[in-house]
Write a new protein. Structure first.
Length: 267
């Protein structure tokens, strides 16, 4: 059983929702990332989502765009990101890791080489924001051979037909983007999320994760009531930016947020 499948099964048995924090690999410095990953697990993270720095992250708002810029100042590459995963795995063999990014770096490395290297490093899933299922067949085959899940996004504008198409191709879990817009927007409509998640569930038995717009313990708890996973990105990355010169304070601030979310979600 894959790490993702095992983790979701264990959480379901405990009647809990996965907490999935996102950080950009190498932000604010490559030396910070692996320690922060371990600290987030200690604070209650169920799955880790690690962003691959990219020069044109079109789905991101200013907060995560700037995180990519900070990482790219240190020339953090896809190879470096895989190295961080591999280092993390020397101490943690169980926490699932999903990489999130854009197609270009993966395509440059080559689908077969990337899939093999990612599996060797200990990657469990991949989200490529700009790769729709119609164009992902070649990569999906390589990932499947290496037992890595390809995770696709669904949006508030996704039609029922589109949901079915994506759910048929997805594995690991399905990621529902809870609002129209980029990461970091604040207009979360929980009633709309309830409706859309229910609709998605008619097309798949996979877990459904919800991200974009989740900023605090209250919004995390609201979404946890309907989703199998709550994904938190910009709220975490903002705290990293505010404390970029102090890695210890980064960890403290991020972990306080995650602990408060975990506590609220479990109530």
């Amino acid at each position: 059983m894959s790490r993702l499948k095992a983790r979701f099964a264990a959480l379901k048995a405990e009647n809990k929702t996965a907490l999935v924090p996102f950080v950009t690999a190498g932000d604010p410095h490559p030396s910070v990332t692996v320690n922060l990953m371990h600290d987030m697990v200690e604070a209650g993270a169920s799955v880790l989502e690690l962003g691959i720095p990219f020069s044109d992250p079109m789905a991101e708002g200013p907060v995560i765009q700037l995180a990519c810029e900070r990482a790219l100042k240190h020339n953090v590459s896809l190879t470096d990101v895989l190295g961080m995963v591999k280092e993390f795995r020397t101490k943690d063999a169980d926490t699932p890791i999903v990489l999130m990014g854009y197609t270009n770096p993966v395509e440059v490395m080559g689908y077969e080489k990337f899939s093999s290297a990612a599996a060797d490093a200990g990657v469990d899933g991949l989200i490529l924001v700009d790769l729709p299922p119609e164009e992902g067949a070649d990569l999906i085959v390589q990932l499947k051979d290496c037992k890595i899940d390809m995770i696709f996004l669904l949006a508030p504008t996704s039609t029922d037909e589109r949901m079915k198409l994506i759910c048929d191709q997805a594995s690991g879990f399905v990621y529902y983007v809870s609002l129209k817009g980029v990461t970091g927007a604040a207009n979360l409509d929980v009633d709309s999320v309830v409706e859309k998640v229910s609709q998605i569930r008619t097309h798949t038995s996979l877990p459904v994760g919800v991200g974009f717009g989740i900023r605090d313990a209250t919004s995390a708890a609201q979404v946890a009531g309907v989703a199998d996973a709550v994904v938190v990105g910009s709220a975490i990355v903002s705290r990293i930016a505010e404390n970029a010169e102090d890695p210890q304070k980064i960890s403290q601030q991020v972990c306080e947020l995650l602990s408060s979310m975990r506590e609220a979600m479990d109530k």
